[in-house]
Design a protein around this ligand. Structure first.
Ligand code: T3D
Length: 259
């Protein structure tokens, strides 16, 4: 199995599972990941996702043994990238929060897969390498989009062109990820976060994702209108009623995540 899916109360853990190759991506892994995300979305009990990797690495990007130029000619990377891009689009549009626990080195498309998730934690021993320049490519699967937005133009350019490893602690300091965590605490921290998110107001989180993504290409006027519309819709949701009631009754809210 190239990926593993585990059910937990309120969330699913998806684990990239090719540890002998540090969980390198193939077309089949991309398709399995997409199917797992589709299934999670269709499960009304699933209110968050935790993505991680098996073994000592998170993901070193494309499995390079599968895209070797041969005497017959160069590989056609277009269809392969269409498959990975579908996963990136899915992660961004998923109406569920996605936590990524980067358990070890992330390189190439593996970095940009992590950056498409909503909250990225990394083990302190992990590092992020935009390795593409080492093999004559550009950052793909959303890398050129995400990098400057997360760390600014100067750092994005140096990371992309130099392809040097960025240690997890510095990645957090620069705003590439949310938090660097002691190695032995990573998975416990990630599970606690996924469980916490699974108990939050799910539709509110989905709308927050939508609004923040829309803001990347909106004017202030457009964004103000979108916020008004989404907020008006949320005010009709049971979780809003519960949140206000719980506040007034001085107790923790019990959100259902239902519409
Ligand atoms: O090309 C296209 O289709 C377009 C799409 C491109 C998207 C991309 O992701 S391009 C970028 C591809 N990735 C890389 O260039 C990174 C390659 N890997 C590395 O540079 C290093 O492995 C790491 C820095 C990530 C980790 O180094 P280290 O020393 O911790 O581990 P290692 O010994 O290099 O790797 C362990 C094993 O995993 C090793 O196999 P072996 O020798 O034990 O049998 C290694 O070959 C394998 N492995 C690591 N990365 C890949 C890989 N096998 C296939 N593809 C990989 N990307």
């Amino acid at each position: 199995m190239t990926i593993l899916v585990e059910q937990h109360t309120g969330y699913r853990q998806i684990t990239l599972n090719r540890p002998d190759r540090l969980n390198a991506l193939t077309a089949a892994v991309g398709a399995a990941l997409l199917a797992a995300l589709d299934e999670a979305e269709c499960d009304s009990e699933c209110r968050a996702i935790l993505l991680t990797g098996a073994g000592r690495g998170f993901c070193p990007g494309q499995d390079l043994t599968e895209v070797m130029p041969t005497e017959a000619g160069p590989p056609d990377l277009g269809p392969l990238l269409d498959g990975y891009n579908a996963v990136i689009r899915k992660l961004r549009a998923l109406p569920l929060p996605v936590v990524c626990a980067v358990n070890g080195v992330a390189a190439g498309a593996g970095v940009n897969l992590a950056l498409a998730c909503d909250i990225v934690l990394a083990a302190k021993s992990a590092s992020f390498i935009q390795a593409f320049a080492r093999i004559g490519l550009i950052p793909d699967v959303g890398g050129t989009w995400a990098l400057p937005r997360l760390v600014g133009a100067a750092r994005a350019r140096a990371l992309a062109i130099l392809a040097e490893p960025l240690p997890a602690a510095r990645a957090a300091e620069w705003g590439l990820i949310w938090q660097a965590v002691d190695d032995d605490k990573l998975m416990a921290t990630a599970h606690a976060l996924a469980a916490r998110l699974a108990a939050q107001a799910t539709v509110g989180i989905a709308f927050t994702k939508r609004a923040l993504d829309a803001a990347e290409s909106s004017t202030l006027d457009q964004q103000l209108d979108l916020e008004r519309d989404l907020q008006s819709e949320l005010a009709r949701m049971p979780d809003y009623a519960e949140g206000v009631r719980a506040f007034l009754e001085k107790r923790p809210p019990v959100f259902t995540g239902k519409r």
